[in-house]
Design a protein around this ligand. Structure first.
Ligand code: PLP
Length: 450
């Protein structure tokens, strides 16, 4: 495709006309409002969406960079943190309770945790020149990113047949440079929870830290437990857990741009902060990576927690689990296997003898957007209340798509299925890297088609 140069208009255009154009472009995008996507959008209904938009708009121009100017934002952030610390049993040590900050999302929360541990151990274990962390193979790529950005060496421990990190392998990887273990509650690919208690024991034994990535499950597991589902502990109740990342903009159902990073105590959080006394612009202190922080996302997060409360979130968890069980049952009946034992409304399914990527292509033709996964080849789902009313239609379309692929094996060599098939068979893994870089170059170029 040819690139073209788009120049800034000489004259401004009618705002009304532009808005109409935005609405038109929007039509080409995945239809998340009808429950046809299974990641990227966490939708809890029109009424709630209108509510968070309004909350966001009231604080549209506020900047969380300097809470001195906006004490209300400081209050919202402190209250959000307090509620989450309480939810995660961070107040049980009354002398030295947990502490944290809000961030723009899971990736920022995770990056802040890695930077914090790097700097904490620089001070407390200066003999470690090249710090290392051990993560499960299924960990979110934000950790890979953080490892590169902050120069912490990352060792990936394999997972067992249940997709949980293999503890024996983790034990073997621990050495004198290890500063951190990581587990997920749950991980994204199969929705499986790592054995957090065992990892915590191991961390304590070796006098190192343990981060729990609850970006996905942090606002779901506590409420699913209240709804009666049995899910293991993952939070500060477990001695040895030293930090937790949890996204408000996933199962917290607030506007995008809101997550929390919590540490077991303030001494640890101290290493997250950045201060500068030399800037001609004044004394400068910043809690996290970003400078300007949109006030709207902080206000909307506060408003959302107020609106749901424990009871509201528990109802959502109940509804999501009910839909999840119905879908999983139906998927199994069509002949698929659910991978491992997923704990929340996030799971993956695969098929013994069928190209699941070809099935995903067929589902696309029917308007469904399913994430394709590898190791093993599987399709991914993430259930929200938006899916309750479309579960039957989904199962009907999945059955049709499956039958179609069974009758047309050539579909494996077409569409996205062909691309995934090629990647799986590439003799040289560095070719896949090259391919991905090329893909990124193209994706971020201006396309003449738009
Ligand atoms: C989404 C997610 C992240 C990253 O969060 P972003 O908000 O997308 O930056 C990290 N870990 C897990 C398990 C996630 O699901």
């Amino acid at each position: 495709m040819e690139n073209k140069i788009i120049k800034l208009n000489q004259n401004g255009r009618s705002r009304k006309e532009i808005l109409a154009e935005l609405k038109k472009f929007n039509k080409t995008d995945a239809d998340w409002s009808q429950g046809k996507t299974f990641s990227l959008v966490y939708h809890a209904g029109e009424e709630h969406t209108d509510f968070i938009k309004e909350a966001y708009n009231i604080y549209f121009h506020h900047n969380g960079l300097n809470p001195g100017a906006f004490p209300s934002l400081q209050k919202f952030e402190a209250e959000v943190l307090s509620q989450v610390i309480d939810l995660f049993h961070g107040y049980e040590d009354t002398q030295n309770p947990a502490a944290g900050t809000m961030t723009s999302g899971g990736s920022e929360s995770i990056m802040m945790a890695i930077k914090t541990y790097r700097d904490y151990y620089r001070t407390h274990r200066p003999e470690i020149i090249q710090p290392e962390m051990i993560v499960p193979q299924t960990i979110h790529p934000a950790f890979d990113k953080a490892a590169v950005y902050f120069n912490v060496k990352m060792l990936k421990a394999p997972v067992d047949q249940n997709f949980q990190v293999d503890i024996e392998q983790v034990k073997k990887m621990i050495n004198k440079n290890t500063i951190l273990l990581v587990g997920s509650a749950p991980q994204y690919p199969q929705g499986i929870m790592d054995p957090i208690q065992t990892l915590a024991d191991l961390a304590l034994e070796n006098k190192i830290s343990l981060h729990v990535d609850a970006c996905l499950g942090g606002f779901f597991i506590p409420f699913a437990k209240l709804a009666g589902f049995e899910i293991p502990e993952f939070d500060f109740k477990i001695k040895g857990v030293t930090s937790i990342s949890a996204d408000l903009h996933k199962y917290g159902f607030t506007a995008k741009g809101a997550s929390v990073i919590l540490y077991r105590n303030k001494d640890l959080r101290r290493f997250q902060f950045f201060v500068s006394k030399d800037w001609p612009g004044g004394l400068f202190g910043s809690p996290s990576m970003t400078g300007t922080r949109p006030g709207g996302s902080i206000a909307a997060a506060w408003a959302t927690l107020q609106a749901y409360g424990i009871e509201g979130y528990t109802q959502v968890a109940q509804e999501v689990m009910t839909t999840t069980m119905k879908l999983q049952e139906g998927i199994k009946q069509i002949g698929y296997t659910i991978l491992g034992k997923p704990v929340i409304g996030v799971y993956a399914f695969t098929h013994q003898s069928l190209d699941v990527y070809a099935v995903a292509d067929q589902m696309s033709l029917r308007g469904w957007y399913l994430d394709r996964q590898q190791y093993p080849a599987a399709l991914h789902m993430m259930i929200t209340p938006a899916h309750t009313k479309v579960a039957d239609q989904f199962l009907k379309d999945l059955k049709e798509s499956t039958d179609f692929v069974l009758a047309h094996p050539e579909t494996s060599n077409q569409g996205m299925a062909a691309m995934y098939g090629m990647a799986a068979k590439a003799p040289d893994p560095s070719m896949i890297d090259m391919f991905l870089y090329q893909f990124m170059d193209e994706r971020y170029d201006v396309k003449s088609s738009l």
